[in-house]
Ligand binder design. Structure first.
Ligand SMILES: Nc1ncnc2c1ncn2[C@@H]1O[C@H](COP(=O)(O)OP(=O)(O)OP(=O)(O)O)[C@@H](O)[C@H]1O
Length: 465
């Protein structure tokens, strides 16, 4: 998958280096002069370039080529090969941004060592740059509830297969996180992960973003713009909010999926770029009705949805809320440099009672808000510290005041009041799910049923308690 471009004027060296690299599982291309090297580089960006300092009969020498390559894509690492008498030039090349150099004659161990180190350094640099850009992008899912555990098991199964996956789920539920996990657990983990949000692109920008733009008539000129398909080469492309892709582009993408090649905008058929990409797609919309309404191509649907995965919304997995909230609070404290804070059980119950239309993202935002707005008031956040839309609907049972009314009642009646309020609250935390509530309160399912009946808590009460 990792492709290396070798530039050397001696055919024997090119063949030798290609053979060594291929034996180690790399892909290799080579060029004998600066024109061919630059054309090969522009046709498709390699993961690394091995570049001879001195090139007989070439327009530019190694340093000249290095400058051209770095102007176009500074992050591709370059390893120089220096002959006797050109070491000084090789050192100068390092000062101009080459990663390292090897001296001729070299053995295969030295070559492979330098190549691996250069690739690893480039990978780390790319990862850091991405992290800086996308603080908060995750490659793990917090939660021990049934929904998340079975989702994680499906990710573990599908990730290494290379299969296409359609990820569905409500906004903010974690679809992109799932896509990143699939990429991170696949054989492409060292390659790029590129996400294209189909919902925010104007239809006329679509193809330019996807396919890039050809420079014009000159086949040696750099593409005017490299598209996401090319950037994702050797890695994974996520088509986020795929339902919003214009119909015409859908047809073109379906072809790319079949042929794994495409033409840049403005390029002719003979400028086809071959790529190796795993495509994942995600959507919060119902694709079946988009197909029925004629807004989504059925053939593309079947190509994308080889394995469908559904991410449960947060209200379907309220049992994960305490762990998620604690996790986000700890991170908010770390990022803001404030001392850690915890959530009281009344605040947790209020969070579990909420319906979370914005799902995990909304929960995360509220934990950030709590940390910033309320941490000077308390060490333990209570329900009253939450934003009003949450505190106002905190479960009624939170108002239990043992010193008030119940004190005027005989034990049996006081116990009924307490049990009613306690069980209504617990049912609410678990979305009315009897099994999960029974497990939590430590009762048999059937005993809980009997108890609810005895206390007069009906199905309706359970949902609105
Ligand atoms: N189970 C989880 N554990 C930890 N963090 C999560 C989990 N699910 C989602 N997140 C976090 O919630 C936020 C939203 O997740 P993500 O962007 O993956 O959702 P999405 O469904 O792709 O959203 P959109 O609908 O905007 O495309 C991110 O900050 C992500 O890190």
């Amino acid at each position: 998958m990792t492709e290396i471009l070798i530039v050397d004027d001696e055919p024997d060296i090119r063949l030798l280096v290609e053979a060594i690299l291929r034996d180690e599982g790399f892909e290799a291309r080579s060029a004998g002069n600066s024109d061919d090297a630059i054309a090969a580089y522009r046709a498709r960006r390699p993961a690394l370039v091995i570049l001879d300092v001195w090139l007989q009969g070439s327009k530019l020498d190694g340093i000249g080529i290095l400058d051209v390559l770095h102007q176009e894509q500074p992050r591709v690492p370059v390893v120089m090969i220096s002959g006797h008498g050109t070491i000084e030039t090789a050192v100068a090349a390092i000062q101009r941004g080459a990663y390292d150099f090897i001296e001729k004659p070299f053995n295969s161990d030295r070559l492979l060592l330098v190549v691996r180190r250069a690739l690893e350094a480039a990978r780390l640099e790319a990862e850091n740059a991405e992290l800086r850009l996308r603080v908060g992008s995750e490659t793990s899912l917090t939660g021990e509830g049934h929904g998340i555990v079975s989702l994680k098991a499906s990710i573990d199964r599908v990730a290494p297969t290379g299969s296409r996956v359609l990820i569905t789920g409500a906004p903010g539920s974690g679809k992109e996180t799932v896509a990143r996990m699939i990429h991170a657990q696949s054989r492409r983990a060292d390659g790029p992960f590129v996400a294209l949000n189909c919902a925010i692109l104007a239809p006329e920008r679509f193809e330019v973003e996807l396919f890039g733009v050809e420079a014009g008539a000159d086949p040696h000129a750099a593409p005017r713009k490299v598209g996401v398909l090319e950037r994702a080469h050797g890695g994974t492309l996520l088509l986020d909010e795929v339902a919003d892709m214009p119909l015409e582009t859908q047809g073109k993408i379906a072809r790319v999926l079949q042929e794994q090649s495409f033409e840049r905008v403005g390029g002719g058929a003979n400028s086809r770029v071959k790529v190796d990409i795993r495509v994942l797609a995600s959507t919060a919309k119902d694709l079946a009705s988009a197909i029925a309404a004629g807004h989504f191509r059925e053939d593309l649907y079947y190509r994308l949805a080889v394995v469908p995965l559904r991410v449960p919304s947060l209200k379907e997995r309220r049992e994960d809320i305490p762990a998620l909230a604690a996790d986000f609070l700890a991170r908010a404290a770390e990022i803001s440099g404030l001392p850690p804070r915890t959530l009281g059980s009344d605040a947790i119950a209020a969070l579990q009672a909420h319906d979370w239309p914005g799902n995990v993202r909304q929960l995360r935002n509220i934990m950030d808000w709590l940390m910033i707005m309320r941490s000077s008031e308390t060490e333990v956040f209570r329900a009253e510290h939450l934003p009003t839309e949450l505190s106002a609907h905190a479960p009624r049972a939170l108002a239990i005041d043992p010193a008030a009314d119940v004190m005027a009642l005989p034990l049996r009646e006081a116990r009924d009041v307490f049990e009613t309020q306690y069980l209504q609250s617990q049912l609410l935390r678990f979305g009315g799910n009897i099994s999960r509530t029974a497990h939590f309160v430590g009762m048999e399912r059937s005993a809980l049923h009997r108890k609810l009946k005895q206390l007069g808590i009906g199905a309706e009460d359970r949902l609105q308690a």
